[in-house]
Design a protein around this ligand. Sequence first.
Ligand code: HEM
Length: 180
Amino acid sequence: MYGIVNKAIEDLVRENFGEEKWEAIKLRSGVDIDFFISSEPYDDDVTYKLAQAVSDEMGISVGDVLHVFGEWWVLRTSKEKYGGLMAAGGSNLREFLINLPVFHNRVMLIYPKLTPPEFKVSNIEAQSIQVHYHSKRVGLQDFVKGILSGLAKSYQTEANIELIQTRDTGDSHEIFKVSW
Ligand code: HEM
C-alpha cells in the first residue's frame, strides 16, 4: 500500500501516545524503514506488521486497531490532505455512500499504482443502505467499518453499522448495512 497509509498509522500513534511509543511499535514490528514516503508504494506486509505491533504494544485486538485507524483515516488523514475530494463525495452520508463505488477512481489520479478496494451499493432506502466491499486483501473489514463510522461522524449523523455478510463464513465479500 502507498506510504500515506503507513504514515497515517504513524501519525495516529505519535499524536495520541507520543514519539517513544511509536519507536517501540516500529521496533516491535520489525519494519526497518526510517520514514514513509506518501507517494511511494510499499509491500502490504509493512501495513499488516504495523497494525499487529500496535495491537501487541497497546494490548488491544487488531480489529480494534483497524477500527480506530479507519476513523482516523476519514476524520484526520483524508480531511486534512484531501478535503476537497472528500467534500465532492457528497453533502450527506447517504449521498457519499451512493457515490462510494466511484470514489477510488479519483484517488487513482493521485496514486496511479493503487490496488483499490471495490464498493457496490444495494437496497438504497431513505434511512439505510447496504455497502458491498470487495478486496484482494484479507483482514481489513474492521478498517472498512471504522471508515464508515468516521464518515457518519464527519456528517454528524448517528449511524448503526452492521456486518451482515463476510468472507469469514464463506461468502464472496463483506456487506455492511448502514442505518441512520
Ligand atoms: C481522499 C480519501 C481517500 C484516499 C486518498 C484513499 C487512498 C487509499 C490508498 C492510498 C489506499 C491503499 C491502497 C494501495 O496503495 O494500493 C487505500 C485503501 C483503501 N481504501 Fe481508500 N482512500 C480514501 C478514502 C476512502 C474511503 C472514503 C473509503 C470508504 C470505505 C476507503 C476505503 C479503503 C479501503 C477499505 C482500503 C484498503 C484496501 C483494500 O481493502 O483492498 N478509502 N485508499
